[in-house]
Design a protein around this ligand. Structure first.
Ligand code: ADP
Length: 516
């Protein structure tokens, strides 16, 4: 049985604790990869929003290019076409046609002008971009018109180039001057709002000074760390930043991870506590089973010995082999003594079983404790003498009366005196004292026997508990219910039982009662 308990521990650990532990590690690892997947989905969602904004910018500029590069355009009406284009599109500041890297026709918005030095600079820029311009033309030949942003040092506008035949068929490259910030505010702004839909913050920044040109909503950059920033395809000095409205996703992911880990840890703790409770319960049950088995074997043993003696002596008497009357009387006495021992044992078990089933009733009456003690002593006198026990009694006279069930108190004292006799080795001295201390009447049964170790003193009142260390304790017969009965009786009298013992030097059990 003792080996089974650690085995149960090992089984519980391998059935509950290990799987839980490994499951938790697996879950925590999974959490990390789940959060990573969420994170990457989120990032690509943001990227696709930025992509579609870029696409939209391209569409707007392409629509201007379409209007300009239309074979139906009447060369005579080119000026008015340009004028209406420039008038209707605030961000469009100028249009030019060029060939061989030299600007020919130039149309400018009213609020935009170019000095001749600037035109030279632009011509130079065109020739610097020869390779790209040739590529634009090549694409154009196969039916694809690409918009190409050229880097220029003009504060006021960006330059976008595309291949196009001018209405008078003289030029093949068209340039658009676009005010980037106006374009972002006027053309991209509504798109920002539409795409943000209260779920995202979308902002456009000037890369040089990180200043926000336009944002979809009032927004505090310290609070909302921009998650993704991407340069606009057509306006390379500007970038679009985007972030989820509310907590940044990293924070949300971290919070979720933290919560999940806390839940897992709590679950683990509950499971561990559960396993511990189950283990404790099983251990207790097994111990109890073991104690009950021991009890049955101890009681059987105690009953067997007197029965065997009674059997032997009565058979001898029956056979008429006893020669003298004296011997016969001695045999009868032994039979009588063993029968009494047997009946005491049976009574003890019955008494215990009544207590266990809650059926022990007490009849309380006003009594003098000394009277009870004297009655008990008188039944033991003979025994003390026969077993060479020295006995001392100190009964203080005129003690106040107490309200007790006499039978029960006799039962309790019998148990204490039986133990004092049983657990005395060579020093055979029994003292029984009564008196009053701190306004409580007491009766003390004291022996000079083997004593009880400190660690056992609190446990000896538990049912079936027996001390088995030490020679005498090991060999003494007993059932482990005597002191439990005493305790129950005293508790039912609202009294108290105290044990004082020094190992090897004897013990003293004192019963305290409140007097009337
Ligand atoms: P048991 O039938 O074993 O005597 P009890 O409940 O009466 O059962 O006592 C419980 C244990 O307390 C005993 O096994 C014994 O070890 C210890 N004990 C009780 N009384 C004494 C005593 N007077 N001296 C030493 N040990 C005692």
């Amino acid at each position: 049985m003792k080996r089974t308990i650690p085995k149960i521990g090992i089984i519980l650990i391998s059935l509950i604790v290990f799987p839980t532990f490994f499951f938790s590690i697996y879950e925590v690892k999974n959490l990390n990869s789940n959060e990573q997947v969420i994170d990457s989905i989120y990032s690509s969602q943001l990227s696709s929003i930025v992509f579609s904004l870029n696409q939209y910018s391209d569409d707007v500029v392409s629509s201007w290019a379409n209007a300009i590069d239309n074979p139906q355009n009447n060369p005579a009406k080119t000026d008015s076409l340009m004028e209406s284009l420039l008038n209707w599109n605030l961000a469009l500041k100028g249009v030019f046609f060029a060939e061989d890297f030299s600007i020919g026709n130039l149309y400018l918005a009213n609020d935009f002008s170019l000095e001749s030095a600037e035109i030279d600079y632009l011509n130079q820029t065109l020739s610097n971009n020869q390779v790209e311009i040739e590529r634009l033309l090549k694409y154009y030949d196969v039916g694809y018109r690409q918009i190409y942003p050229v880097e220029i040092e003009l504060d006021r506008a960006s330059l976008l180039l595309f291949a196009s035949v001018s209405p008078d068929k003289r030029y093949n490259i068209c340039g658009l001057f676009v005010d980037s910030e106006d374009f972002i505010k006027e053309n991209l702004g509504p798109k920002f709002q539409y795409m943000a839909q209260g779920k995202f913050f979308i902002s456009a920044f000037n890369k040089k000074n990180s200043e926000a040109i336009f944002t979809s909503d009032l927004f505090d950059e310290d609070e909302h760390k921009i998650r993704i920033k991407e340069t606009l395809w057509l306006f390379k000095s500007y970038e679009i930043g985007i972030q989820l409205d509310g907590d940044p996703i990293e924070q949300m992911v971290n919070e979720r991870r933290k919560n999940n880990i806390i839940i897992i840890v709590l679950m683990d703790m509950v499971l561990l506590i559960g396993a511990w409770v189950v283990y404790r319960y099983i251990r207790k049950e097994m111990k109890l089973t073991q104690i009950k088995n021991d009890f049955v074997s101890n009681v059987s043993h105690e009953i067997k010995t007197p029965l065997a003696l009674i059997n032997m002596y009565s058979e001898t008497l029956e056979m008429g082999r006893i020669p003298t009357e004296e011997k016969k009387i001695e045999y009868y006495k032994t039979i009588n003594k063993e029968a009494r021992r047997l009946s005491r044992m049976v009574n003890k078990i019955l008494s215990f079983s009544k207590i266990e089933n809650g059926k022990r009733d007490y009849v309380f009456a006003k009594t003098d404790i000394n009277e009870i003690v004297e009655k008990v002593i008188s039944t033991y006198q003979h025994h003390f003498k026969n077993s060479n026990f020295e006995s001392k009694f100190n009964l203080v006279k005129n003690l106040p009366s107490i309200n007790v069930d006499e039978e029960a108190i006799i039962d309790a004292l019998n148990n204490l005196i039986d133990n004092a006799i049983k657990y005395s080795a060579t020093e055979k001295l029994i003292e029984i004292n009564t008196g009053i201390i701190a306004d409580r009447v007491f009766v003390e049964v004291k022996d000079s026997g083997i004593g009880i170790q400190k660690k056992d003193q609190a446990l000896i009142f538990d049912k079936f508990y027996r001390v088995t260390d030490g020679d005498l304790a090991h060999h003494a017969k007993g059932s482990g219910i005597g002191l439990n009965i005493v305790k129950h009786i005293i508790d039912s009298h609202k009294g108290e039982i105290k044990v004082q013992s020094s190992y090897g030097n004897g013990s003293s059990f004192t019963l305290f009662f409140n007097h009337l």
